[in-house]
Design a protein around this ligand. Structure first.
Ligand code: ZN
Length: 632
């Protein structure tokens, strides 16, 4: 299915961020903006703001920010197209699905057929569990023994399959479902011209899509002699097990609210945690954790807590999977259960309150956990200790954020009682190994990596970048204000900057967009600008549109003091920003020119020296205006 581009545009023009956000939180007006307690993190005083004129939201607590579409994506856990569908519904815009090709239509009706027959099977199994003597005496009594109450059975639509070859098959054919669709849904098996039910004499755990449709089943046998304890539906057109998490449909709101997702192994672990009042839990059932599953969780939270069964063989096997979570940039914690216990058994043993306390108390940061785990085993054995260091550093090397890596290196050097520099050199070795094959070696020192990454992520931008950022901030926020007479800030900047190109690519990109907006429309509409950028540039733009001005407003309200707003002193701010920008650019030119001079042949020197003199003259003039004293 596809969506018509013009209807997408139509929706975008109708979006009113205040209306969109108000469906989820109640906003209060303060000054130009609207405020509420943030729906994305837990807080008691509002730091979540919405600017109707700019069409954006931003939380000063957790940093979440974006436009109305972003808001829907985030809060409903939808992708872009799903969010546009949501907004289309809200604003009654027909999404005018374009005419599908016959193959697409065929595929679509096949998928819908699967959903229908899977829905039928779910109801059939659920009804057997609750109302049929075999289902009650075997299935229902098993669930009750485990303490599963009616609510859980209903929420997860648990079921039972009769202990015979054609229970479902017979009922389905009687209702008019074709054998082909039952086969395609993985409900029956065809072998040597015999056809029979896949699930027989088992309790049934339906697996839901995020939106709550049943897409597959997991089934547990209750007999000791009947093959595999658990079997699952095979992959079908609607079920790719690597892209599904059990419990996500039921737990997604809780995951977002608690800003944490517990990761367990099995269906019953998920159910037991729900019984203990913990709903932010999922299981990667029937597969070891995949990248797609991690991405799914990250739609809702960046914090993942892995619950380990208490047996050390199992833990070691799970460790590599966790490196994958680290690589996704998520923050990983672990809880280890006592020997012989799993989340399901232990939750039942402790009861709700104690179990919750246990999780809180035992939650350990993964890197420290892994360090201690290996350290325990290595004890005084120097060879094992060396292996431990390698193992731990390997995990740290997966973390994408350089600052975080540096923190862990420090922490582990304390735990392992080895010099930080030793860990850093180990880290460099691993990173060189993993990147060397694809590109030239990175600067090998961890310290280099850190400063480099810091400045890239604008934590510590260099002086020119800082002034460029300030220019863009002023242009975005005050572009149409008049400075003197009829000259607007836009005009002032563009006449002063002429054809100057910013060296930071994000700022240059925004600068060109602003220029184009002025050329094409005569005014700069920030909403329209925002639609033209993505990713980091968009985030940066939102930051620039919100940060300082909002904060000073908040301070004024909080302390009832008068702070001259930036607008009051705008001409000065703009003037000094441009001067500083020019000053930095000239300083850079001087340095470059001197470098050239150093390498120059004698006959070129005279010319370069003259350039040096001219540049210094301009620099000194600007420095005078700025009140900067020059030493050379
Ligand atoms: Zn927040």
């Amino acid at each position: 299915m596809s969506i018509n581009q013009t209807s997408l545009e139509e929706i975008k023009t109708r979006i009113d961020i205040e209306e969109v956000v108000s469906d989820f939180v109640s906003l209060k007006r303060k000054g130009q903006n609207l405020w509420a307690c943030c729906p994305f993190h837990d807080e008691k005083t509002p730091s979540f703001s919405v600017s109707p004129t700019k069409g954006i939201f931003k939380c000063f607590g957790c940093g979440k920010a974006g436009d109305a579409i972003e808001f829907i994506k985030e809060i409903e856990g939808l992708n872009y197209i799903e969010s546009m569908r949501y907004l289309g519904k809200k604003y009654s815009v027909q999404l005018e699905e374009e005419e599908d090709t016959p193959e697409e239509q065929e595929r679509q009706s096949q998928r819908e057929g699967l959903f229908i027959v899977l829905g039928f099977a779910k109801d059939y199994f659920h009804d057997l569990l609750l109302n049929q003597p075999e289902g009650q005496s075997i299935g229902l009594s098993y669930f009750k023994e485990r303490g599963f109450n009616q609510q859980i059975i209903k929420d997860f639509e648990l079921g039972y399959s009769l202990d015979k070859w054609d229970g479902l098959l017979h009922e389905a054919l009687k209702r008019g479902y074709k054998k082909e669709i039952l086969l395609a849904a993985g409900l029956i098996i065809e072998k040597e011209e015999k056809t029979y039910d896949r699930f027989r004499g088992r309790v049934i755990f339906p697996i839901h899509s995020i939106t709550g449709k049943v897409i597959a089943f997991g089934a547990r046998t209750l007999k000791s002699d009947q093959g595999a304890k658990y079997i699952n539906s095979p992959e079908t057109d609607v079920y790719q097990k690597s892209k599904v998490l059990y419990g996500l449909h039921q737990g997604r709101n809780a995951i977002r609210q608690d800003d944490n997702c517990y990761l367990v192994e099995g269906y019953t672990d998920v159910l037991s945690l729900h019984l203990s009042g913990i709903q932010n839990v999922v299981a990667s059932s029937g597969t070891s954790l995949t990248d797609d599953q991690i991405k799914l969780i990250k739609r809702y939270t960046n914090n993942i807590t892995v619950l380990f069964d208490g047996d050390s063989a199992g833990i070691k096997a799970s460790l590599r999977g966790i490196d994958m979570i680290l690589a996704s940039g998520a923050h990983v914690r672990v809880v280890e259960f006592p020997e012989g216990e799993d989340p399901d058994s232990y939750a039942r043993k402790l009861g709700t309150d104690e179990f919750q306390k246990f999780l809180q108390a035992e939650k350990t940061d993964f890197i420290s956990y892994k360090t201690q785990l290996f350290l325990k085993e290595a004890a005084e054995d120097p060879i094992a200790r060396a292996a431990t260091i390698k193992e731990v550093v390997r995990s740290i090397s997966k973390i994408p954020d350089a600052l975080q890596r540096a923190v862990y290196i420090k922490q582990c050097s304390d735990l392992l009682e080895v010099d930080e520099s030793l860990l850093i050199s180990e880290l460099n070795k691993i990173q060189l190994q993993s990147t060397g094959r694809f590109k030239a070696a990175q600067p090998p020192l961890a310290t280099n990596l850190i400063t480099e990454e810091k400045s890239r992520s604008s934590g510590l931008p260099d002086a020119v970048a800082r002034q460029e950022r300030e220019s863009i901030r002023l242009l975005l926020n005050y572009g149409d204000r008049k400075l003197e007479g009829e000259t607007s800030l836009h005009q002032y900047y563009f006449s002063e900057l002429e054809e100057v190109e910013f060296k930071t690519s994000a700022y240059q990109q925004i600068l060109s967009l602003i220029r184009a907006e002025l050329d094409n429309h005569g005014i700069v509409d920030t909403k329209r600008l925002m639609e033209q950028v993505t990713g980091e540039v968009k985030t940066e733009m939102i930051d620039l549109l919100t940060e300082r001005y909002e904060i000073s407003n908040m301070w004024m309200e909080k302390f009832r003091i008068y702070v001259p707003t930036e607008e009051d002193i705008l001409p000065n701010v703009a003037y000094s920003n441009l001067l500083r920008l020019k000053y930095r650019v000239i300083k850079k030119l001087i340095a470059e020119n001197r470098e050239e001079l150093r390498m120059a042949k004698p006959e070129e020197q005279q010319n370069l020296l003259q350039v040096d003199v001219a540049l210094k003259k301009s620099r000194n003039e600007i420095a005078n205006h700025l009140g900067i004293i020059i030493s050379d």
